[in-house]
Design a protein around this ligand. Structure first.
Ligand code: UDX
Length: 453
C-alpha cells in the first residue's frame, strides 16, 4: 500500500545544500512519510538514499549547471523560470497517483518554490541551511536596523539573542553587498515572506540557539529540526547511515580512516574549507607552512581546483606527517578518535558537524555566513578559536600555529574540549527520541500523515 503523507524535498544543487536537504528527506522517510528528493539532472546520479525516491528537475543548465551560466544572477533567474515549470510538472505527475504530493519542502535559496506550492494547493515549507542567528541578522537588516553596506563606523550592532557584532563578524553578503547582489536579493526575497510559509525549518537545535528560538517563534512558524546528520553520528544508531548519500566528488575510500587508525587519540589536525570557498594562494602557503611547523599529523582536503596553490615542495616534504586528499567523507574523519582539531572555514554544515561530533575548531571564515558562525564558535559555544587576519586579510603561519596550540594543548584546550563534549551530548539529545528536534519533526509528520484538508 502507498504511504500517506508525501513530501517532495527540493534542493539547491551545491554540496552544502544537498547534504542537509537530503538528510532531512531521509529522516522524514524514516518516520513513515513518503519522501521524494528533487535535484538537477547533472547531480541526480550522485544521490543514493535508502527509502527516498530521487527525481530530476531542471535549472536550465542540464549539462553542468552553475558553471555554464554567465553570472550568479542569470543562474538564479534561470533556476526560477525553468525550475518552477519542472517542479510543477513533477508535482502534477504525482497528482493522479496513489501518493499525491502533500508538501513541498525547499531550499532557502529557492524562494520561488513557495509560489509553486501555493499554485498547486500543497503545503509549502522552507529549510533554512544557515544558522538561526544568521537568518535573524538578515531579518533585522531587512527591517532597516542597519543600512547596506554595513559600515565599520556603525558597529558593533546588537541583534536580540546574538552577541555584539563587529565588522569582521558580518556575513560577507552584508559587508560587501555589491559583490554578492544576486545572492543577497534571493535571501532578502525569502526573508520577506517567511511568515507566509506553512513551516520554516532551521538546521539547528533549540538548545544551541535558545534565545533565537524564542525570538523567531513569534515571527514565523519556525521549527528547529537539526542537526540533520546521518543517523550513525547523532542518535547512536551504530548500524545507521555513515554518510549523507549525495557526494558530488568521489571520496577517497578508506585511505583517511586507515591512516587515522595508526595515530594516537586527539593528535591529528583535519583541515577543510568545504565545497565552494576559493582560498587566496598566499593563504594556502601560510597554512602549508603552519602545518609543517606544527609538528602534528594532519589531513588536508585540497579540492582539485585549488591544488595548484600548494607550494611546489609541499607534497614531497610531508611524506610521513600528512595526507593531502581531494575529497573525503568528512563525517567519518571528524568522528575518528585520532582527530584533535578541525581547521575550518565555518560553513554551517561543517560547524554543525564539528559541534555534533565534539571536535574543537580553528575558525578561518572565508565568505557568506562563515564570519558570523566563527564568532559563535569562539565566543558563544566556546568550542574553538578564530585565526586573526593581518591587514592583507591573511591568517599568517605563526597565527595558525598559535591557534592550533591553543586548541590542542594547555588550559584553554581543556575548556574547549569540555565544551565540545557538552555540545556533542546536547546535539545527540536534540535528535534522539523525545529530544527537541525530534519532537518538532514528529509534529510535522503527524500533520502530513493526516493529509491536507
Ligand atoms: C556553503 C556555505 O559555505 C555554508 O556556510 C552554507 O551554510 C551552505 O553552503 P560549503 O562552503 O560547502 O557550503 O560548506 P559546508 O556548509 O561546511 O558544507 C560542506 C559539506 O561538504 C559538509 O557537509 C562536509 O561534511 C562535506 N565535505 C567537505 C565532505 O564530505 N568532504 C570533504 O572533503 C569536505
Amino acid at each position: 500500500m502507498e504511504k500517506r503523507g508525501h513530501v517532495l524535498v527540493l534542493t539547491y544543487p551545491a554540496q552544502g545544500h544537498i547534504n542537509p536537504l537530503l538528510q532531512f528527506a531521509k529522516r522524514l522517510a524514516s518516520k513513515g512519510l513518503k519522501a521524494t528528493f528533487a535535484t538537477t539532472h547533472y547531480t541526480v546520479n550522485s544521490i543514493h538514499a535508502d527509502g527516498v525516491d530521487v527525481r530530476p528537475i531542471s535549472d536550465g543548465y542540464d549539462d553542468g549547471g552553475f558553471k555554464h551560466a554567465p553570472s550568479v544572477e542569470a543562474y538564479l533567474e534561470s533556476f526560477k523560470t525553468v525550475g518552477s515549470r519542472t517542479v510543477t510538472e513533477l508535482i502534477l505527475e504525482f497528482k493522479n497517483s496513489p501518493s499525491p504530493v502533500d508538501c513541498l519542502v525547499f531550499d532557502s535559496l529557492l524562494p520561488w518554490a513557495l509560489d509553486v506550492a501555493r499554485e498547486l494547493g500543497v503545503y509549502g515549507a522552507v529549510l533554512l541551511t544557515n544558522s538561526a542567528s544568521v537568518c535573524s541578522m538578515y531579518w533585522h537588516i531587512h527591517q532597516g536596523l542597519l543600512g547596506l553596506p554595513v559600515k565599520p563606523e556603525n558597529l558593533p550592532v546588537v541583534f536580540p539573542g546574538v552577541p555584539p557584532l563587529g565588522f569582521s563578524d558580518m556575513p560577507s553578503f552584508l559587508a560587501q553587498p555589491a559583490d554578492h547582489s544576486a545572492y543577497l536579493a534571493t535571501i532578502m526575497e525569502k526573508i520577506e515572506c517567511l511568515d507566509q510559509h506553512d513551516w520554516v525549518f532551521v538546521n539547528t537545535f533549540e538548545e544551541l540557539e535558545s534565545e533565537l528560538a524564542k525570538a523567531m517563534s513569534g515571527l514565523w512558524p519556525v521549527e528547529m529540526v537539526g542537526p540533520v546528520l546521518p543517523s550513525a553520528y547523532v542518535d547512536g544508531q551504530i548500524e545507521g547511515d555513515t554518510d549523507y548519500g549525495g557526494s558530488l566528488w568521489k571520496p577517497n575510500g578508506d585511505q583517511c580512516l586507515n591512516w587515522l587508525d595508526t595515530k594516537p587519540p586527539k593528535t591529528v589536525i583535519y583541515v577543510s574549507f568545504g565545497s565552494m570557498a576559493q582560498i587566496a594562494a598566499k593563504q594556502v602557503v601560510e597554512i602549508a607552512r603552519a602545518l609543517q611547523g606544527s609538528n602534528k599529523h594532519f589531513i588536508w582536503v585540497v579540492r582539485e581546483s585549488e591544488n595548484d596553490k600548494l607550494p611546489i615542495d609541499f607534497i614531497s616534504s610531508i611524506d610521513q606527517i600528512g595526507l593531502v586528499v581531494a575529497w573525503c567523507n568528512q563525517l567519518e574523519v571528524l568522528a575518528h578518535e585520532a582527530v584533535g582539531c578541525f581547521i575550518t572555514h565555518c560553513g554551517w554544515n561543517s560547524t554543525l558537524e564539528a559541534l555534533s561530533l565534539g571536535v574543537p575548531m580553528v575558525a578561518m571564515p572565508q565568505w557568506s555566513d562563515q564570519p558570523a558562525n566563527a564568532k559563535f564558535v569562539e565566543e558563544v559555544w566556546r568550542v574553538g578559536v578564530r585565526g586573526k587576519k593581518d591587514e592583507e586579510g591573511i591568517v599568517r603561519r605563526e597565527e595558525v600555529e598559535r591557534c592550533i596550540r591553543l586548541v590542542m594543548k594547555g588550559e584553554k584546550s581543556e575548556e574547549i574540549w569540555r565544551n565540545a563534549s557538552k555540545w556533542k551530548e546536547n546535539a545527540k539529545r536534540a535528535v534522539s527520541k523525545g529530544g527537541s528536534s525530534d519532537k518538532n519533526i514528529n509534529k510535522f509528520v503527524e500533520v502530513l500523515l493526516k493529509g491536507k484538508g
